[in-house]
Design a binder for this molecule. Structure first.
Ligand SMILES: [Zn+2]
Length: 76
């Protein structure tokens, strides 16, 4: 038997990443991208950071609820 492991060239856009919470390797199409941006006052202390997490962890953190809030904030 031959076990072939596909070693694709890692494209930066469609890159396989690890979930920052559970450390599982997740395909890019199943990743949640979380961007944390501090207010102007806090930028001295904190930098904007981006995290990637899996669907399960996103659900555990109620990120879908965040999504609804963002939409409400963006309403004009
Ligand atoms: Zn996870």
């Amino acid at each position: 038997m031959t076990a072939t492991s596909p070693s694709d060239a890692t494209d930066d856009a469609g890159r396989i990443r690890e979930c920052y919470r559970c450390d599982r390797t997740i395909a890019p199409e199943f990743l949640f991208r979380i961007e944390v941006e501090p207010s102007a006052t806090l930028t001295d202390k904190y930098a904007t950071s981006v995290r990637y997490c899996c669907e399960n962890c996103a659900a555990a953190m109620n990120l879908s609820a965040f999504s609804a809030q963002w939409k409400a904030n963006a309403r004009r």
